[in-house]
Design a protein around this ligand. Structure first.
Ligand SMILES: C[S@@+](CC[C@H](N)C(=O)[O-])C[C@H]1O[C@@H](n2cnc3c(N)ncnc32)[C@H](O)[C@@H]1O
Length: 305
């Protein structure tokens, strides 16, 4: 999809697309898609954004292959609705970081919500180590007319000093930032005292890698350590439990929920952490106990917080 070159061409493109979307997304079609689900962004109301993200066809229809992503990003932001409401009440401009932003689905949805749904000043920075995806994010931002609201930079998450990051970050979000990149996102949020840290983890392999070395051992969990599939599956949940404990130990109140039904993706856990009144020493001790009970392999994140 070429990017319209001038802002007049872009405006005309957006107007024509929105007209097609209004015609296509009748109440009956919208109800058929949503099946009673409450979403922040209805396809007929955000055609410019959804087309820029490659989720809508040129005729404004939503191809079946994109339905999953459409619901994934809507549900993730929807689950954080109340926290964003609180951030809006507290800050004249909300500053967010999307860590491991990939091709900007979540980043631009957040920027769109600020500009068009919440109508509250917002600055969203998307960071990814892949220069090709950042180039694509910038193209999409221009097309969605969100320049000035969303910005994108190439960087590894453990090297943010190399780029311009706002001194004050209110929220750090990461959707499926691979493996320990989710820990990087948590570390950034805690270090910058972000009020919200929200991560939907994927490929949690750090514990599984450590347990592999124990596969020939005699520990209580040896049957799991010996079986690669079970090792990975068990590691995923324990990693998230450890992340929650470390966040609580660092002063956050945490919850873990299923943010999207598993038919959309199995990577459907959302850890939401909101900065609270102070560190919880009991959580630090529960973390140590859990590490000992599961073979002594912890997360590198523990040393960073
Ligand atoms: C599975 S994709 C998810 C992208 C996006 N958040 C989404 O849900 O559409 C993970 C992204 O994280 C990026 N990533 C992984 N590790 C990273 C790191 N250490 N620093 C920066 N980006 C990283 C990858 O380049 C990739 O674009």
């Amino acid at each position: 999809m070429p990017t319209p070159r001038t802002s007049r061409t872009r405006d005309r493109w957006a107007l024509e697309l929105e007209a097609r979307a209004r015609a296509h997304w009748t109440a009956a079609r919208t109800d058929e898609l949503l099946q009673g689900k409450d979403v922040l962004i209805r396809p007929g109301d955000a055609a410019t954004l959804l087309r820029a993200l490659g989720l809508l066809n040129a005729d404004a229809s939503l191809p079946p292959a994109q339905v999953r992503k459409y619901f994934q990003i809507n549900h993730m932001v929807g689950q954080l609705r109340l926290t964003f409401e609180e951030l809006r009440a507290r800050h004249a401009t909300i500053r967010l970081l999307d860590a491991g932003c990939g091709r900007s689905y979540l980043t631009l949805l957040l920027a769109w919500c600020g500009a068009h749904v919440w109508r509250h000043p917002i600055e969203v920075l998307g960071v990814d180590r892949n220069p090709a995806v950042i180039e694509e994010c910038r193209r999409r931002t221009e097309l969605a007319q969100l320049d000035g609201v969303a910005r994108f930079e190439v960087a590894a998450l453990d090297q943010l000093d190399a780029i311009d990051v706002p001194a004050e970050l209110h929220g750090v979000i990461a959707l499926h930032a691979c493996d320990t990149a989710t820990c990087d996102a948590i570390a950034i949020g805690v270090a910058r005292r972000a009020e919200l840290v929200a991560v939907a983890p994927c490929c949690q392999a750090e514990l599984a890698r450590g347990w592999e070395a124990l596969a020939d051992g005699q520990g209580d969990l040896a049957p799991i350590w010996r079986t690669p599939h079970l090792r990975r599956e068990t590691a995923a949940h324990l990693t998230d439990a450890m992340r929650m404990l470390l966040l609580r130990a660092a002063g956050y109140r945490t919850t873990a929920i299923e943010f999207i039904p598993s038919e959309h993706t199995r990577k459907n856990t959302l850890i939401r952490a909101v900065r609270g009144d102070g560190p919880d020493p009991a959580a630090a001790s529960e973390y140590d106990t859990l590490v000992r009970a599961t073979g002594g392999v912890g997360l590198a994140l523990a040393k960073r917080l």
